[in-house]
Write a protein that binds this ligand. Structure first.
Ligand SMILES: O=C(O)C(=O)C[C@]1(C(=O)O)C=C[C@@H](O)C=C1
Length: 287
């Protein structure tokens, strides 16, 4: 199987992909949209992309591209421990770090650290933590540091100036697997934690109690919601849709029942996927 992921080598997404698939051909893409486009174009069978971080929240690029541009089914999920390190090129003799490069989510996970120790350093956003580490490797003359993981440090031969610089312990990111066809995940180490069904719900119009009615449809069936999130429909100010995660797999009664009830209320409902979720422990993370 060909597995697309946000690369280059040494990203957290690669860790997630290698955790979920024991074997396969891993194909690196520069951006999250290009991973999804690759599934749509059948260059790869599946793509692994980040969707939510415990410190910084949703990865909006993933959500928006999935909803508005490439509506691919979600077939699996995994959460991965995230430890960010401050990496420099050992060939760089400059004492002062003037610029810090990384993925915007990685920089956001380390704001307190940066404010305390490098308040004057500029930030430059890169497509991924791996891309940032590779950039620091390729530019030994520049006074720069990357925020990335320990696998990127060894892949790009960088020195860890400060380890574990993320502002909150228990930092984790969730990733989803997207595929046009149902697949079997050949998990290499992670633990199966739950099954989840993700729905996208749009309200008929903004009237009082609309969201309450939507939530009641789940509540009286005793369907447990693990996440509810709103994103703009991009059709005008104040227009939002909801992404709702329900505990459990798609069944023949309860979820079809919710769907019919919400449609009867005039809501738009789409099931984005019903899939197993896994957790990768730190000792099993690799890339
Ligand atoms: O840059 C990476 O290494 C990624 O895999 C992307 C990403 C993200 O999009 O949130 C994944 C996990 C971390 O939270 C930081 C960055």
């Amino acid at each position: 199987m060909r597995i697309g992921f946000l690369g280059p080598k040494g990203t957290f997404t690669e860790m997630a992909a290698r955790g979920l698939f024991e074997q396969g051909e891993f194909v690196s893409y520069r951006t999250i949209p290009s991973c999804m486009d690759a599934v749509s174009a059948e260059e790869v069978e599946v793509a692994v992309v980040p969707i939510e971080n415990a410190i910084e929240g949703s990865v909006n690029l993933t959500l928006d591209y999935l909803i508005h541009k490439q509506r691919l089914p979600i077939v699996g999920g995994i959460t991965v421990p995230i430890e960010q390190h401050f990496l420099v090129n050992q060939k760089n003799s400059s004492e002062k770090i003037e610029k810090v490069v990384s993925h915007p989510h990685a920089i956001a996970q380390c704001h307190e650290f940066l404010q305390k120790y490098y308040p004057d350093a500029e930030w430059e956003y890169m497509n991924s933590t791996g891309a940032a580490a590779s950039f620091v490797k390729d530019n030994p003359g520049l006074p720069i540091a990357a925020i990335a993981n320990e696998i990127a440090a060894s892949e790009y031969e960088l020195t860890t100036l400060h380890a574990n610089i993320h502002d909150f312990a228990n930092n984790r990111t969730s990733f989803v697997v997207l595929s046009k066809k149902p697949i079997m995940l050949s998990c290499n180490g992670p633990t199966h934690t739950e099954d989840k069904t993700t729905l996208m719900v749009t309200l008929p119009s903004d009237y009082s109690g609309a969201l309450h009615q939507v939530l009641s449809a789940f509540a009286w069936r005793k369907l447990n919601l693990t996440k509810i999130e709103s994103r703009p429909t991009k059709t005008g100010l104040g227009n939002y849709f909801f992404l709702i995660d329900v505990e459990g797999v798609m069944d023949d009664v309860l979820i079809p029942g919710v769907t019919s009830e919400l449609k009867a209320l005039g809501c738009g409902v789409e099931i984005l996927g019903s899939y197993p979720c896994y957790t990768l422990e730190k000792s099993k993370a690799k890339a």
